[in-house]
Design a protein around this ligand. Structure first.
Ligand SMILES: Nc1ncnc2c1ncn2[C@@H]1O[C@H](COP(=O)(O)OP(=O)(O)OP(=O)(O)O)[C@@H](O)[C@H]1O
Length: 574
């Protein structure tokens, strides 16, 4: 059975429509599949982009942003020293540079002039939005008023697909690429049924309820806090106390006091802290109607298993329900709560878990809703090292599906000791203003920041060793445009939403295509243009070629000289 819901946008993105419905990957934690080529995926995009970019002419993010050759603006050459070039940026983006840095933010010891930080608005691709309106999706008027006040007037495609299904009380798995609006895709139907904005018919029901009605779990504090801000934004200033953060690293007794005093209807937190407070008897979630696992593939990995076990066991279990749950285990207590699993990357292990404990579970993607039972088990690898004979089945589909269609991917080679210089040249050549640079370890982050600052580029580091306050301050300043480059590790790869981010750099290569996809997804948010550049050593170039085959997107070799990006022709690009 195929459920057809909502209206399907006529201007279907060519690329999005080429995405199929399969997911692969059998076990959690992920394993990297050895994959032959990605036959046919994203070919149209590849051809289209080649026409503009493989001409050997200079490329910048400004011209990546425009839709046609006619709009192409030839950029000026950039001085190698990386000094400020406000005029060329202004002309490219039509925005004025920010006047100055905050006086409180001290640049490093460098005496070189700093590049001005410009917070530009990137154009949003309208095709991402569904033809339907929030009204058509049946959201209550109070909620729609709040959305309009926040400037949210039409749903994205994944929101159009998810909202009616969640409202019909299905357990769902939501899969859609990074930056496509998955957070509101689950928050809006929940807030239609609980809290002050709920639809009129729900009034009687929920007044009988007490306590927490929705629990949202996220794997990092940053993502947790981001979701909290999103809920606060929708609830509005008068009711924002109705959401409570329970993230690790924050003061636990204050969180417990807030639970008692504010009587929130929704809590958002990390697995460790939620299960800790729950085990201490300070978090009553038995009446809970909704459990959301955001970045579910990560939450169901080995690292979180004990905390997740407790959460899955307790949330939505009415008192008096037996704690022994038969062959399906603790996850089987599904009738009392609606379970919503969300990620850009849904491996088959998540589908299998959801199938076993969901209540008529369905997989919701941007333009389709299918019962989980209809999803075929991907063909297993024949044996270790022996490639599957069916190339289409071999593609790491979960990662492929998570890539926003609006990204351009490149890689270039550099000696390890020159990577920071290459990074700087890349930023100048692409005229990127808001850059996230990923590394695999924490230690070298400081060194990279120091080198960038010494060369006049505002940079700041973000990693798990910083305290909670420092982490949120760094993010706030980066989001406010006070720093041009955020140098970070895997901590920031998932969920982080900085809409202005126009360039992601891999200073160290990600461990597999799933990690590549999540890092890449920090740019190109909500259909905006963005570029991903991986800087690797010559000996690692084969990894990028392999990644290109696994992901089925053109990751083009390039170099940065004289302030320009030069895209190489590579014979073996398929
Ligand atoms: N209907 C909408 N109209 C305008 N902006 C929206 C809408 N829905 C979401 N957004 C904005 O789009 C951005 C991306 O949304 P969100 O973070 O939910 O994406 P995501 O799909 O969860 O990404 P990721 O997979 O990286 O976590 C956010 O800044 C959000 O506020």
């Amino acid at each position: 059975m195929r459920l057809i819901i909502g209206q399907v946008h006529r201007n279907v993105l060519a690329l999005a429509s080429s995405r199929s419905c399969f997911v692969v990957g059998d076990h959690l934690p992920f394993r990297m599949l050895s994959l032959p080529r990605a036959a046919g995926f994203h070919q149209s995009a590849w051809r289209g982009s080649q026409a503009v970019k493989d001409s050997g002419s200079a490329l910048t993010l400004a011209n990546l942003e425009v839709q046609s050759k006619a709009d192409y603006v030839k950029k000026e050459r950039v001085p190698r020293t990386g000094g400020p070039r406000p005029s060329s940026r202004d002309s490219s983006f039509g925005v004025k540079p920010k006047k100055a840095y905050s006086p409180n933010l001290r640049p490093a010891k460098s005496t070189l002039p700093k590049s001005p930080v410009v917070k530009k608005k990137l154009k949003i691709d309208e095709a991402l939005f569904s033809a339907s309106s929030f009204e058509e999706l049946g959201l209550p008027p109070l909620l729609i008023d709040r959305l309009n006040k926040e400037g949210l007037t039409s749903p994205t495609e994944v929101q159009s697909a998810s909202i009616p299904v969640i409202s019909q009380r299905h357990d769902v798995v939501i899969q859609s690429y990074t930056g496509s609006g998955k957070t509101l895709a689950y928050l809006l139907p929940i807030l239609s049924e609980i809290g002050p904005l709920k639809r009129a018919g729900e009034q009687g029901n929920s007044d009988k309820r007490s306590g927490i009605e929705a629990v949202v779990v996220a794997p990092s504090r940053e993502l947790g806090m981001q979701i909290v801000r999103e809920v606060e934004k929708i609830l509005g200033p008068d009711d924002k106390r109705l959401v409570q953060q329970l993230v690790g690293g924050a003061n636990r007794s204050r969180q417990e006091e807030a639970l008692k005093k504010n009587k929130p209807i929704i809590v958002v937190g990390t697995p460790g802290r939620i299960s800790e407070i729950s085990a201490a008897g300070k978090l009553q979630t038995h009446n809970c109607r909704f459990l959301v696992l955001d970045e579910v593939d990560q939450l169901l990995s080995f690292n979180y298993r004990e905390d997740m076990h407790r959460i899955l066991e307790h949330v939505g279990r009415r008192s008096g329900t037996s704690s022994s749950s038969g062959i399906l285990g603790p996850l089987a207590r599904r009738s009392e709560r609606q379970t919503i699993l969300v990620s850009a990357t849904i491996p088959f292990s998540v589908i299998r878990a959801a199938r076993s404990w969901g209540h008529d579970p369905v997989l919701v993607r941007a333009k389709s809703v299918v019962p989980l039972d209809s999803i075929a088990v991907p063909r297993p690898m024949l044996s270790q090292g022996e490639p599957n004979s069916d190339p289409a089945m071999s593609v790491n589909q979960a990662a492929v599906d998570s890539l926003p269609p609006s990204l351009d991917h490149y890689y270039c080679t550099s000696k390890a000791q020159h990577k920071v210089d290459t990074l700087r040249r890349c930023i100048h050549a692409l005229e990127a203003q808001t850059v996230i640079a990923f590394m695999n370890n924490t230690k070298p982050l400081k060194d990279v920041v120091f080198k960038l600052e010494a060369r006049g580029m505002k940079a700041i580091e973000l990693h798990g060793d910083l305290g909670k306050l420092a982490r949120s301050t760094v993010l706030k300043k980066f989001k406010a445009g006070e720093f041009r480059v955020l140098v970070t590790n895997e901590l920031s790869a998932r969920g982080l939403d900085v809409p202005e981010c126009d360039l992601v750099i891999n200073l160290d290569l990600p461990t597999d295509s799933t990690h590549y996809a999540h890092r890449a997804g920090r740019t190109g948010r909500l259909g905006r243009k963005g570029a991903v550049v991986s800087i690797c050593e010559e000996s690692e170039a084969f990894i990028m070629r392999k990644m290109r085959k696994q992901l089925g997107v053109p990751i083009k070799p390039c170099d940065f000289t004289e302030g320009q990006i030069n895209v190489h022709k590579e014979e073996d690009v398929e």
